[in-house]
Design a protein around this ligand. Sequence first.
Ligand code: SF4
Length: 159
Amino acid sequence: MIKIKRLDIALTTLCNFTCKYCRGNPGERKKIPFEEVRIILENFSEYALEAIRLDGGEPFIYGNEIFSIIEYAARKGMTTGIFTNASLLDRQIVKRLQEYIGLQLFVTLHTINEKNEFEATLNGLYLLAEYKILPELIIVVSKKHIPTIRPIIHSLLIL
Ligand code: SF4
C-alpha cells in the first residue's frame, strides 16, 4: 500500500507582508474553502497520511477555520505544522494553539530588514515564548540580510 508522509497545503495567497521574493501571486488572491481542504484530507487519509503543513500566503489570514483544519486532521490521525510570519498571532490564538499536542510552528523571519513588519513578527514570537510554544525559525538568507543576521540571533536568544 502507498503511504504518504506529509502533505503541504497553501491555504491562501493572501498575506499582510510584501516580501519581494514571495511565491504568492497577488493577481490571484484567494483562499481555499474549508470544505475543499476537508475533502483533500479525507481523500489523503486513505494513504495513511501522517502530517500536514499549512502555509500560504499567511495561514492565519484564513481566520478561525484554521482551527477546524487542525482538529479535522487530528481526528484523522495527522499532525499539523504551520508556516507563519507570526505577526497576526494574538493571545486568544496562541492560547488555542497551546491546546494542540504535536502542533509545530515554523516562524519565517523574511522581513528582518523591514522595521515595522519585523517588529510584528517579534511580538508574535514574544507571545509564543510567553505560552512556552517553541517554534522553528526560518530565514531566507540574501546578501542584504547577512550583516543583520548576527544581531537578530542575539535578540532572539533573550526570548
Ligand atoms: S511573509 Fe511569507 S507569505 Fe507573506 S509575503 Fe513574505 S514570503 Fe510571502
